[in-house]
Design a protein around this ligand. Structure first.
Ligand SMILES: [Fe+2]
Ligand SMILES: [Fe+2]
Length: 310
């Protein structure tokens, strides 16, 4: 037995609490600090907005794309955090009369996600102050949460770990030297990631704990449900790519013909699939935890499903 495997689950939950207390931040005092967005800045780094895929656009237009995507970033997080909190609160029942350290860790997790939703609502409103009218994000967070929570806990935790791990990658992208990137948006990535890193540890603990109680048949069904959930996320991304491309065409200040509009919509979708599906699915930690729980055949089913979303 190596030193790492000697750490008990209670100790792992306790570490998450320590880190939650250490990094805890306030929306106004730490993240926003009285600042405003400036349309002279990019909001998302090129590595996330995939500006190279927007081959027909000028640099100024690519900056607008990064701003639209930044607003959508805030809205997508606000959306997924709605079902993540509900699932975490549900899982906390398992600890009510058991490990009180685990219970505290999950309560803090939920509290942080409520704060993140408030942060992302603020970011959406602040971006709307500086960008032209007409932006749409018509996805109902509660309807999505109901649909997601209709799937098994195993599948929801798989999707949640995927999401919470990619915030780390997004933060790393944003700290790459980029003098045109909004300092305020950089801080959104930084502060969000600080609390997400312990969420990802808790997702893993809860996923592995829950998995241990499943039969092989239940797990096999859950793998298909995870694939269904990823497809549902992709459906949302397709609709938003269409909405955001339409908004870009409407506000970019020049005539965009149909072929180019279609190419712009494809580039938005490519960027969103990278941001919300592949950057998490390709995260080494996600692959490691997932492969420790599933068979080779199940892994191939997931890989085949992900490969269709290119
Ligand atoms: Fe969050
Ligand atoms: Fe989180």
């Amino acid at each position: 037995m190596n030193a790492i495997s000697k750490i008990s689950d209670t100790d792992r939950y306790a570490r998450c609490i320590q880190s939650s207390k250490r990094v805890r931040w306030d929306i106004d005092e730490d993240v926003i600090r009285g600042r405003h967005f400036d349309v002279a800045d990019k909001f998302l780094p090129d590595g996330l907005s995939l500006t190279d895929a927007f081959t027909t656009l000028s640099n100024d237009e690519k900056r607008l794309v990064s701003q639209i995507q930044g607003r959508t970033y805030a809205n997508v997080f606000g959306l997924v955090e709605r079902f993540i909190i509900a699932k975490v609160l549900e899982l906390s029942h398992d600890h009510w009369f058991g490990d009180q350290v685990a219970l505290e860790a999950l309560v803090r997790f939920s509290d942080e996600e409520l704060k993140h939703q408030a942060l992302f609502r603020r970011i959406d409103a602040m971006v709307s102050d500086v960008l032209p009218a007409g932006y749409r994000f018509d996805v109902d967070a509660n309807a999505v949460a109901h649909a997601v929570l209709g799937k098994s806990t195993w599948a929801v935790l798989a999707l949640t770990l995927d999401i919470e791990l990619f915030t780390q990658l997004h933060y790393r992208q944003s700290i790459e030297p980029d003098t045109e990137l909004s300092e305020l948006f950089k801080d959104v990535f930084l502060y969000h990631w600080k609390e997400e890193s312990q969420h990802a540890m808790l997702d893993e603990l809860e996923w592995v704990r829950h998995d241990a109680g499943l039969t092989a048949e239940q797990r096999d069904r859950a793998v298909d449900e995870f694939i269904d959930l990823v497809a549902a996320v992709d459906g949302i991304l397709q609709a938003q790519a269409k909405a955001d491309a339409g908004y870009f065409v409407m506000t970019c200040g020049r005539v965009v013909h149909e072929d180019e509009a279609r190419a712009i919509e494809s580039a938005f979708l490519k960027a969103y699939r990278w941001q919300y599906i592949h950057s998490g699915a390709q995260h080494p930690k996600f692959g490691k935890v997932l492969s420790s729980l599933i068979t080779e055949n199940q892994s191939q089913r997931i890989q085949a499903a992900l490969a269709t979303l290119q």
